[in-house]
Design a protein around this ligand. Sequence first.
Ligand SMILES: C=C(OP(=O)(O)O)C(=O)O
Ligand SMILES: [Mg+2]
Length: 429
Amino acid sequence: MAIIDQVGAREILDSRGNPTVEVEVLLDDGTLTRAAVPSGASTGEHEAVELRDGGDRYNGKGVTKAVRGVLDELGPAVVGAGLDATEQRLVDQVLIDTDGTPDKGRLGANAILGVSLAVAKAAAQSADLDLYRYVGGPNARILPVPMMNIINGGEHADNGIDFQEFMIAPIGASTFKESLQWGAEVYHALKSVLHKQGLNTALGDEGGFAPDLPGTDAAIAVIGEAVEKAGFKFGTDIAIALDAASTEFFADGLYSLEGKKFSSDDLVPYYEKLVADFPIVSIEDAFAEDDWDGWAAVTTAIGDKVQLVGDDLFVTNPERLAHGIEKGIANALLVKVNQIGTLTETLDAVELAHFSNYKTMMSHRSGETEDTTIADLAVAVGSGQIKTGAPARSERVAKYNQLLRIEEGLGDAARYAGDAAFPRFSAGS
Ligand SMILES: C=C(OP(=O)(O)O)C(=O)O
Ligand SMILES: [Mg+2]
């Protein structure tokens, strides 16, 4: 048991060279921890507000205001409450109340999240527990399938691919360590396949390649070639997961995809064909964040064949998720801590998903730091899936490497989620 004694904050840089918030917490037993906050590019309209300065500093992207919010208001409020660091729910409530707005827009979800996560880390460290064990208890032992984003498009790259993320899911591996090795081998094979075809091997924001391919089919085909070149079976060893991030190519009621315009109704058969043609286990944001009817139609059409993940749709928000569950929309929740802004609200969203038979995928943001909290959270909540970019670039592999350490620490108790992580696996069908 240790009381929160001091809360500090500073501006640091994220993986895109943009400023972000880092918070430090000191407990009265001398425990000192820090947490850094990630930042999205294809952010959902309904996310909690990330406070940025505007003005000229860092092209208007500074976070001085958010840092000041921690130093002047959030920190003093938490310290003033005299709380033990293990009282995470009370700490998060103090943060929410101090901000006082429904979208955390006054002091910023980035400021609030930094404090929330740094307190959790401090409580774990003070109790001499790993973070995954502190948050998840004795049952935290499932290592997630790493969904490794090896071709980047959309807002995360300068190529012409509309879909944002083409991920490989090593569902056939037997341990996390093996899954990561397979992913790295495919990543390297993909580089040589692209090179041989005269395609660009420059990288996008999440460390995946950003070749100029005509569209989704071509991107999946080139990944299939790399999977086989690396000696794996496409579909059974390694399957595909996509993030269409379709809000980004939706305007005036139409989706602009691969040079054509699709109504919501037209887009459903597009996805039906994609799932029939390729070994796809998961599609995220197939429809735009407020296109509930499109979401309902695609869930009816293919929700029993493939995981359908809501990111911009649900924004890790228990209220939006509850609405989706009531309407039978999607079957999985993407979990991004900075979309909602506190650890306990994140845990509430995950709990609601699991109670409602929805799967969960823990997620990084496209702007990341060396902070590895989400790796521990994935194991803590038993989500069985994590996406944190390519198996390359330190801000991405920091999370995968932390999962290697967790698996090793768990020893015989560790379980790799494999294809059991997905609602109904139908790769290759
Ligand atoms: C990780 C993602 O991108 P961003 O962080 O840019 O929202 C995503 O859309 O799932
Ligand atoms: Mg997404």
